[in-house]
Ligand binder design. Structure first.
Ligand SMILES: [Mn+2]
Length: 357
């Protein structure tokens, strides 16, 4: 029996506690124990003899911003990406030890897909690092993974702020070493979000954004006004960056704003893939941080695997702070048709656990 598990959007950083003992506000991933138990469950017992593939469908790592006081964190060279990978492994030792045990189990393998938070995967040495640290049956996919009637991709390429420039993935001119040509949204995460999270670590975890803006204007007024002013300054400033490779011409800024105003709809894109390709029965994406399962017909299903980070929801029917460790599980019937399920990992029951905030 073949089983494919898909998870996404862990945004794993360098750990929740920094070497000096302080809380790392740039870390988003606090579910090490749960994920370790998840991998153990699917490599032991009834799954030990099965063919199990774990697909980490993008934004699994946070390669964008690991250190609050790093100089030029946006210069993501191969050397910098490798250093960040090493720090991520060190900050979550148990996760990667268990992942190694998983990949070393016969007929078990791990696939890392490219997202917009882990552009380091574009560097060949990062793929080598993962193979060396885990096992040789670990693979990095930069393009959608299409197999067995199932199409898997992170989904960032449909969003103007997060899509890579396919014609210019790297920047070389005038630089001491090549760097990744980060999409605009990534630069925003590095330059703006990191700065704001210092004051309000939950800033990027509140959904929906429109509700949060209204909430902050009323209940956190000075901060909201200051943040809005800073966003405007950031946009304007972007046009006058000294480094020509990073400067954004006026027309490009306008184009971006226009594209962002037309809210991209990942479900619509997934549906299009499903309906235009006869042999495609399941599409799995991440990126939007909203778990979702939609059946368009008996053999056309879209799954979004959500995220393994905390969310603060201001939408009345879902009000509150929540985390749901959601994932997709795909099996194939005897005729080779995929059977897709959206699942939630409930883990092993523990009487006590540590609390962080
Ligand atoms: Mn993403």
């Amino acid at each position: 029996m073949k089983i494919r598990l898909v998870v996404s959007d862990f945004h794993i950083g360098k750990g929740k506690v920094l070497p000096d003992g302080s809380f790392n506000y740039l870390e988003d991933f606090f579910y090490d124990r749960q994920f370790v138990e998840f991998m153990q469950y699917y490599r032991k017992g009834e799954f030990e003899k099965e063919n199990v593939e774990l697909v980490c469908n993008g934004d699994f790592f946070n390669h964008l911003h690991l250190d609050a006081d790093e100089q030029d964190p946006d210069l993501l060279s191969e050397r910098v990406a490798l250093t960040r990978m090493e720090e991520i492994f060190k900050g979550h030792l148990e996760v990667f030890e268990e992942m190694k045990a998983f990949t070393q189990t016969p007929n078990h393998r791990v696939i890392f897909m490219l997202g917009n938070h882990d552009p380091g995967l574009l560097w060949p040495k990062v793929a080598d690092f993962l193979k060396k640290k885990l096992a040789s049956n670990v693979e990095v996919f930069l393009e959608p993974y299409v197999e067995g009637g199932v199409h898997i991709e992170h989904g960032h390429r449909f969003f103007a702020d997060s899509a890579y420039d396919q014609k210019r993935l790297f920047l070389k001119e005038g630089l001491s070493e090549p760097i990744i040509n980060l999409p605009w949204g990534c630069l925003f995460v590095i330059h703006y979000l990191g700065f704001v999270k210092k004051e309000r670590p939950y800033f990027d975890k509140v959904y929906p954004v429109a509700h949060y803006i209204r909430w902050a204007l009323i209940h956190d007024t000075t901060f909201a006004l200051r943040s809005i002013a800073n966003i405007l300054l950031y946009f304007i400033g972007f046009r006058f960056v000294k480094d020509p490779s990073r400067r954004s011409p006026f027309w490009q800024t306008m184009k971006l704003l226009k594209e962002m105003a037309v809210a991209p709809d990942l479900e619509r894109q997934a549906k299009k893939i499903l309906l235009t390709r006869r042999d495609c029965h399941v599409v799995v994406c991440g990126h939007t941080h909203d778990y979702l399962i939609r059946h368009y017909s008996a053999d056309k299903t879209y799954i979004n695997t959500g995220l393994w980070n905390e969310k603060v929801n201001l939408d009345p029917p879902f009000l509150g702070r929540t985390v749901r460790l959601t994932y997709a599980l795909i099996e194939w019937d005897e005729r080779g048709k995929p059977i897709p399920l959206l699942k939630e990992w409930r883990g092993t029951y523990h009487i006590t656990e540590d609390v962080y905030n």
